[in-house]
Write a protein that binds this ligand. Structure first.
Ligand code: ATP
Ligand code: FE2
Length: 326
Protein backbone atom coordinates (compact mmCIF):
# COMPACT_ATOMS: atom_id res chain seq x y z
CA UNK A 1 0.00 0.00 0.00
CA UNK A 2 1.29 3.45 -0.96
CA UNK A 3 0.10 6.57 0.84
CA UNK A 4 0.49 10.19 -0.23
CA UNK A 5 0.41 12.61 2.71
CA UNK A 6 -0.18 16.36 2.71
CA UNK A 7 1.17 18.66 5.42
CA UNK A 8 0.01 22.28 5.70
CA UNK A 9 -0.47 23.12 9.41
CA UNK A 10 1.63 26.29 9.46
CA UNK A 11 4.57 27.61 7.43
CA UNK A 12 5.34 24.44 5.48
CA UNK A 13 3.49 22.82 2.62
CA UNK A 14 4.72 19.29 2.18
CA UNK A 15 3.95 16.14 0.27
CA UNK A 16 5.35 12.77 1.33
CA UNK A 17 4.95 9.33 -0.21
CA UNK A 18 5.60 6.16 1.77
CA UNK A 19 4.53 2.53 1.65
CA UNK A 20 3.22 0.12 4.29
CA UNK A 21 6.71 -1.15 5.01
CA UNK A 22 7.93 2.36 5.81
CA UNK A 23 9.83 2.76 2.55
CA UNK A 24 10.07 6.45 1.70
CA UNK A 25 9.55 7.37 -1.96
CA UNK A 26 9.49 11.15 -1.68
CA UNK A 27 9.42 13.96 0.85
CA UNK A 28 9.08 17.35 -0.81
CA UNK A 29 8.45 20.54 1.17
CA UNK A 30 8.41 24.27 0.66
CA UNK A 31 8.38 26.62 3.64
CA UNK A 32 7.15 30.16 3.82
CA UNK A 33 9.93 32.37 5.19
CA UNK A 34 10.33 36.06 5.99
CA UNK A 35 13.40 38.31 6.14
CA UNK A 36 11.91 40.29 9.01
CA UNK A 37 8.83 39.70 11.09
CA UNK A 38 6.95 36.53 11.95
CA UNK A 39 4.54 34.19 10.22
CA UNK A 40 1.34 35.78 8.93
CA UNK A 41 -1.49 33.20 8.56
CA UNK A 42 -2.94 34.75 5.39
CA UNK A 43 0.47 35.02 3.75
CA UNK A 44 1.29 31.44 4.72
CA UNK A 45 -2.02 30.35 3.18
CA UNK A 46 -1.22 32.22 -0.05
CA UNK A 47 2.19 30.58 -0.08
CA UNK A 48 0.57 27.15 0.22
CA UNK A 49 -1.89 27.89 -2.56
CA UNK A 50 0.97 29.01 -4.71
CA UNK A 51 3.12 25.90 -4.26
CA UNK A 52 0.64 23.08 -3.61
CA UNK A 53 0.31 21.73 -7.15
CA UNK A 54 4.01 22.01 -7.85
CA UNK A 55 4.96 20.22 -4.61
CA UNK A 56 2.64 17.28 -5.25
CA UNK A 57 3.82 16.97 -8.87
CA UNK A 58 7.41 17.11 -7.72
CA UNK A 59 6.82 14.42 -5.06
CA UNK A 60 5.26 12.06 -7.62
CA UNK A 61 8.16 12.74 -9.97
CA UNK A 62 10.79 12.05 -7.27
CA UNK A 63 8.90 8.86 -6.35
CA UNK A 64 8.68 7.92 -10.02
CA UNK A 65 4.98 7.21 -9.53
CA UNK A 66 1.71 8.28 -11.09
CA UNK A 67 -1.35 9.33 -9.14
CA UNK A 68 -2.92 5.97 -10.13
CA UNK A 69 -0.21 4.18 -8.14
CA UNK A 70 -1.41 5.81 -4.90
CA UNK A 71 -3.69 3.69 -2.69
CA UNK A 72 -4.48 6.19 0.04
CA UNK A 73 -4.33 9.95 0.67
CA UNK A 74 -3.81 11.48 4.11
CA UNK A 75 -3.61 15.06 5.34
CA UNK A 76 -2.75 16.96 8.48
CA UNK A 77 -6.04 17.70 10.18
CA UNK A 78 -4.64 19.78 13.04
CA UNK A 79 -3.60 21.37 15.26
CA UNK A 80 -2.66 24.32 13.10
CA UNK A 81 -3.70 27.55 11.44
CA UNK A 82 -7.16 27.13 9.92
CA UNK A 83 -6.47 29.00 6.63
CA UNK A 84 -3.37 26.85 6.05
CA UNK A 85 -5.10 23.61 7.03
CA UNK A 86 -7.91 24.30 4.55
CA UNK A 87 -5.46 24.47 1.65
CA UNK A 88 -4.16 21.02 2.63
CA UNK A 89 -7.64 19.57 3.04
CA UNK A 90 -8.75 20.86 -0.36
CA UNK A 91 -5.69 19.52 -2.14
CA UNK A 92 -5.96 16.15 -0.36
CA UNK A 93 -9.66 15.82 -1.30
CA UNK A 94 -8.88 16.69 -4.90
CA UNK A 95 -6.14 14.02 -5.07
CA UNK A 96 -8.27 11.43 -3.32
CA UNK A 97 -11.13 11.99 -5.77
CA UNK A 98 -8.84 11.99 -8.81
CA UNK A 99 -7.10 8.79 -7.74
CA UNK A 100 -10.41 7.34 -6.55
CA UNK A 101 -8.89 6.23 -3.23
CA UNK A 102 -10.00 6.93 0.36
CA UNK A 103 -8.86 9.88 2.43
CA UNK A 104 -7.87 10.06 6.10
CA UNK A 105 -7.13 13.03 8.35
CA UNK A 106 -4.39 12.63 10.95
CA UNK A 107 -3.15 14.49 14.01
CA UNK A 108 0.04 16.40 13.28
CA UNK A 109 1.55 15.88 16.77
CA UNK A 110 0.96 12.12 16.78
CA UNK A 111 2.56 12.07 13.33
CA UNK A 112 5.78 13.54 14.76
CA UNK A 113 5.87 10.73 17.29
CA UNK A 114 5.07 7.93 14.87
CA UNK A 115 7.64 8.97 12.27
CA UNK A 116 10.21 9.21 15.09
CA UNK A 117 9.42 5.63 16.06
CA UNK A 118 9.58 4.41 12.47
CA UNK A 119 12.90 6.04 11.71
CA UNK A 120 14.70 5.23 14.95
CA UNK A 121 13.15 1.85 15.82
CA UNK A 122 12.29 3.12 19.28
CA UNK A 123 9.50 0.96 20.72
CA UNK A 124 7.68 2.83 23.45
CA UNK A 125 9.44 6.16 23.85
CA UNK A 126 8.88 9.45 25.55
CA UNK A 127 8.69 12.09 22.81
CA UNK A 128 10.11 15.52 23.51
CA UNK A 129 8.30 17.61 20.94
CA UNK A 130 9.55 21.19 20.86
CA UNK A 131 8.33 22.95 17.72
CA UNK A 132 7.16 26.41 16.76
CA UNK A 133 3.64 26.22 18.06
CA UNK A 134 3.97 23.24 20.39
CA UNK A 135 6.11 22.18 23.28
CA UNK A 136 5.05 18.88 24.78
CA UNK A 137 6.40 15.79 26.46
CA UNK A 138 4.29 12.91 25.17
CA UNK A 139 4.02 9.20 25.79
CA UNK A 140 1.56 6.40 25.07
CA UNK A 141 -0.63 5.33 27.94
CA UNK A 142 -4.12 3.81 28.04
CA UNK A 143 -5.18 4.24 24.41
CA UNK A 144 -3.89 7.73 23.81
CA UNK A 145 -0.74 9.73 23.44
CA UNK A 146 -0.82 11.53 26.77
CA UNK A 147 0.74 14.92 27.38
CA UNK A 148 2.90 14.62 30.49
CA UNK A 149 4.13 18.17 30.37
CA UNK A 150 3.78 21.14 28.08
CA UNK A 151 4.15 24.87 27.68
CA UNK A 152 1.71 27.01 29.60
CA UNK A 153 1.90 29.76 27.00
CA UNK A 154 3.72 29.75 23.67
CA UNK A 155 5.74 27.02 22.00
CA UNK A 156 9.50 27.18 22.51
CA UNK A 157 10.10 27.75 18.77
CA UNK A 158 7.71 30.70 18.66
CA UNK A 159 9.41 32.06 21.77
CA UNK A 160 12.85 31.79 20.16
CA UNK A 161 11.47 33.28 16.92
CA UNK A 162 9.90 36.17 18.86
CA UNK A 163 13.21 37.03 20.50
CA UNK A 164 15.06 36.66 17.21
CA UNK A 165 12.53 38.99 15.58
CA UNK A 166 13.01 41.50 18.39
CA UNK A 167 16.73 41.67 17.76
CA UNK A 168 16.20 42.06 14.01
CA UNK A 169 16.64 38.50 12.75
CA UNK A 170 14.06 37.06 10.33
CA UNK A 171 11.89 33.95 10.52
CA UNK A 172 12.71 31.24 11.43
CA UNK A 173 14.93 32.54 14.19
CA UNK A 174 15.92 29.20 15.75
CA UNK A 175 18.86 28.40 13.44
CA UNK A 176 20.13 32.00 13.70
CA UNK A 177 20.02 31.95 17.49
CA UNK A 178 21.83 28.60 17.47
CA UNK A 179 24.60 30.12 15.35
CA UNK A 180 24.93 33.19 17.56
CA UNK A 181 24.99 31.03 20.69
CA UNK A 182 28.13 29.27 19.47
CA UNK A 183 30.01 32.53 20.01
CA UNK A 184 28.49 33.19 23.44
CA UNK A 185 31.04 33.15 26.25
CA UNK A 186 29.22 34.21 29.40
CA UNK A 187 26.15 32.67 30.95
CA UNK A 188 23.67 35.38 31.96
CA UNK A 189 21.18 34.25 34.55
CA UNK A 190 17.60 34.14 33.19
CA UNK A 191 14.29 33.10 34.75
CA UNK A 192 14.08 29.30 34.83
CA UNK A 193 10.38 28.49 34.65
CA UNK A 194 9.37 24.90 35.32
CA UNK A 195 6.03 24.47 37.09
CA UNK A 196 5.47 20.84 37.96
CA UNK A 197 5.77 19.16 34.58
CA UNK A 198 5.07 22.31 32.60
CA UNK A 199 7.23 25.10 31.22
CA UNK A 200 6.54 28.73 30.41
CA UNK A 201 8.33 31.21 28.19
CA UNK A 202 6.49 34.53 28.24
CA UNK A 203 8.25 35.94 31.33
CA UNK A 204 11.54 34.75 29.94
CA UNK A 205 10.84 36.60 26.69
CA UNK A 206 10.12 39.86 28.50
CA UNK A 207 13.27 39.43 30.57
CA UNK A 208 15.41 38.79 27.49
CA UNK A 209 13.98 41.83 25.69
CA UNK A 210 14.78 44.01 28.71
CA UNK A 211 18.31 42.66 28.86
CA UNK A 212 18.75 43.30 25.14
CA UNK A 213 17.39 46.87 25.46
CA UNK A 214 19.76 47.60 28.36
CA UNK A 215 22.68 47.17 25.90
CA UNK A 216 24.73 45.62 28.72
CA UNK A 217 24.96 42.22 27.09
CA UNK A 218 26.16 40.90 23.76
CA UNK A 219 23.59 39.17 21.53
CA UNK A 220 25.88 36.14 21.45
CA UNK A 221 25.79 35.84 25.26
CA UNK A 222 22.04 36.35 25.28
CA UNK A 223 21.52 33.66 22.62
CA UNK A 224 23.81 31.28 24.49
CA UNK A 225 22.07 31.89 27.82
CA UNK A 226 18.64 31.55 26.22
CA UNK A 227 19.54 28.12 24.87
CA UNK A 228 21.18 26.89 28.07
CA UNK A 229 18.18 27.96 30.13
CA UNK A 230 15.25 26.80 28.03
CA UNK A 231 16.86 23.55 26.94
CA UNK A 232 17.63 22.71 30.57
CA UNK A 233 13.94 23.28 31.31
CA UNK A 234 12.94 20.90 28.50
CA UNK A 235 15.45 18.26 29.56
CA UNK A 236 14.27 18.45 33.18
CA UNK A 237 10.61 17.72 32.35
CA UNK A 238 11.57 15.02 29.84
CA UNK A 239 13.69 13.28 32.44
CA UNK A 240 10.93 13.44 35.02
CA UNK A 241 8.45 11.98 32.50
CA UNK A 242 10.86 9.10 31.91
CA UNK A 243 11.27 8.55 35.64
CA UNK A 244 7.50 8.60 36.31
CA UNK A 245 6.47 6.37 33.42
CA UNK A 246 9.43 4.03 33.72
CA UNK A 247 10.08 4.36 29.98
CA UNK A 248 13.71 4.23 28.95
CA UNK A 249 13.70 5.70 25.45
CA UNK A 250 13.67 9.35 24.44
CA UNK A 251 12.86 10.44 20.88
CA UNK A 252 12.96 14.00 19.58
CA UNK A 253 10.43 15.56 17.18
CA UNK A 254 9.63 19.15 16.13
CA UNK A 255 11.70 21.88 14.49
CA UNK A 256 13.56 23.02 17.61
CA UNK A 257 14.86 19.47 17.98
CA UNK A 258 17.19 20.25 15.03
CA UNK A 259 19.24 22.24 17.53
CA UNK A 260 22.55 20.49 18.21
CA UNK A 261 22.91 21.83 21.74
CA UNK A 262 19.45 20.55 22.71
CA UNK A 263 20.35 17.16 21.22
CA UNK A 264 23.59 17.11 23.19
CA UNK A 265 21.87 17.95 26.48
CA UNK A 266 19.24 15.24 25.92
CA UNK A 267 21.96 12.74 25.08
CA UNK A 268 23.85 13.48 28.29
CA UNK A 269 20.68 13.11 30.37
CA UNK A 270 19.86 9.76 28.75
CA UNK A 271 23.39 8.45 29.18
CA UNK A 272 23.30 9.37 32.86
CA UNK A 273 20.14 7.36 33.40
CA UNK A 274 21.09 4.50 31.13
CA UNK A 275 18.31 5.25 28.67
CA UNK A 276 18.34 5.18 24.88
CA UNK A 277 18.30 8.44 22.96
CA UNK A 278 17.12 8.81 19.37
CA UNK A 279 17.21 11.75 16.97
CA UNK A 280 15.38 11.25 13.67
CA UNK A 281 16.87 13.03 10.62
CA UNK A 282 16.22 16.78 10.34
CA UNK A 283 13.90 16.36 7.35
CA UNK A 284 11.33 14.67 9.58
CA UNK A 285 11.94 16.84 12.67
CA UNK A 286 10.59 19.90 10.87
CA UNK A 287 7.12 19.82 9.37
CA UNK A 288 6.96 17.38 6.47
CA UNK A 289 4.53 15.30 4.44
CA UNK A 290 6.18 11.96 5.09
CA UNK A 291 5.06 11.77 8.73
CA UNK A 292 1.51 12.54 7.59
CA UNK A 293 1.71 9.81 4.95
CA UNK A 294 3.06 7.33 7.52
CA UNK A 295 0.31 8.03 10.05
CA UNK A 296 -2.13 7.71 7.12
CA UNK A 297 -0.82 4.18 6.59
CA UNK A 298 -1.25 3.41 10.29
CA UNK A 299 -4.81 4.82 10.24
CA UNK A 300 -5.82 3.29 6.90
CA UNK A 301 -8.85 1.59 8.46
CA UNK A 302 -10.30 5.03 9.24
CA UNK A 303 -9.96 6.25 5.64
CA UNK A 304 -13.18 7.02 3.74
CA UNK A 305 -14.61 8.49 0.55
CA UNK A 306 -17.42 10.07 2.54
CA UNK A 307 -15.92 13.53 2.05
CA UNK A 308 -18.63 15.45 3.90
CA UNK A 309 -17.47 13.79 7.11
CA UNK A 310 -13.89 14.99 6.74
CA UNK A 311 -12.88 18.39 8.01
CA UNK A 312 -9.93 20.20 9.57
CA UNK A 313 -9.43 20.22 13.36
CA UNK A 314 -7.39 23.36 14.10
CA UNK A 315 -7.56 22.86 17.88
CA UNK A 316 -7.19 19.10 18.14
CA UNK A 317 -4.78 18.31 20.95
CA UNK A 318 -2.40 15.37 20.96
CA UNK A 319 -4.47 13.66 23.67
CA UNK A 320 -7.77 14.23 21.82
CA UNK A 321 -6.72 11.80 19.10
CA UNK A 322 -7.99 8.27 19.63
CA UNK A 323 -4.98 5.99 19.03
CA UNK A 324 -6.70 3.06 17.33
CA UNK A 325 -3.66 1.98 15.37
CA UNK A 326 -1.51 0.62 18.20
P1 ATP B 1 4.17 22.37 14.84
O1 ATP B 1 3.02 22.57 13.89
O2 ATP B 1 4.55 20.94 15.00
O3 ATP B 1 4.03 23.11 16.10
P2 ATP B 1 5.78 24.20 13.47
O4 ATP B 1 4.76 24.46 12.44
O5 ATP B 1 6.05 25.28 14.37
O6 ATP B 1 5.46 22.88 14.14
P3 ATP B 1 8.38 23.01 12.91
O7 ATP B 1 8.91 22.88 11.53
O8 ATP B 1 8.19 21.78 13.69
O9 ATP B 1 7.09 23.84 12.68
O10 ATP B 1 9.31 23.97 13.76
C1 ATP B 1 9.63 25.27 13.39
C2 ATP B 1 10.38 25.92 14.53
O11 ATP B 1 11.64 25.27 14.73
C3 ATP B 1 10.66 27.38 14.32
O12 ATP B 1 10.25 28.07 15.48
C4 ATP B 1 12.18 27.43 14.18
O13 ATP B 1 12.76 28.62 14.65
C5 ATP B 1 12.61 26.25 15.00
N1 ATP B 1 13.94 25.74 14.66
C6 ATP B 1 14.35 25.23 13.49
N2 ATP B 1 15.67 24.93 13.53
C7 ATP B 1 16.09 25.24 14.78
C8 ATP B 1 17.35 25.18 15.45
N3 ATP B 1 18.43 24.75 14.86
N4 ATP B 1 17.39 25.61 16.75
C9 ATP B 1 16.29 26.06 17.36
N5 ATP B 1 15.09 26.16 16.77
C10 ATP B 1 14.99 25.76 15.50
FE1 FE2 C 1 5.29 20.12 13.40
Amino acid sequence: MICLGIESTAHTFGCGIIDGKGRIYANVTDAYKTEKGGIHPTEAKLHHEDVKDKIVEEALKVANLKLEDIDLVSFSQGPGLAPCLLVGLKKAKELSKKANVPLVGVNHCCAHLEIGKLMTKAIDPILLYPSGANTQVIAYDGGKYRVFGETLDQGVGNFIDAFARYIGLGFPGGPKIEKLALDGKNYIELPYVVKGMDVSFSGLLTNLKQKYDSKKYSVEDLAFSLQETVFAMLVEVSERAMAHTGKDELVLGGGVACNKRLQQMCRIMCEERNAKFFVPPNEVLVDNGIQIAWLGILQKKEATKDYDKIDIKPYERTDDAEVKWR
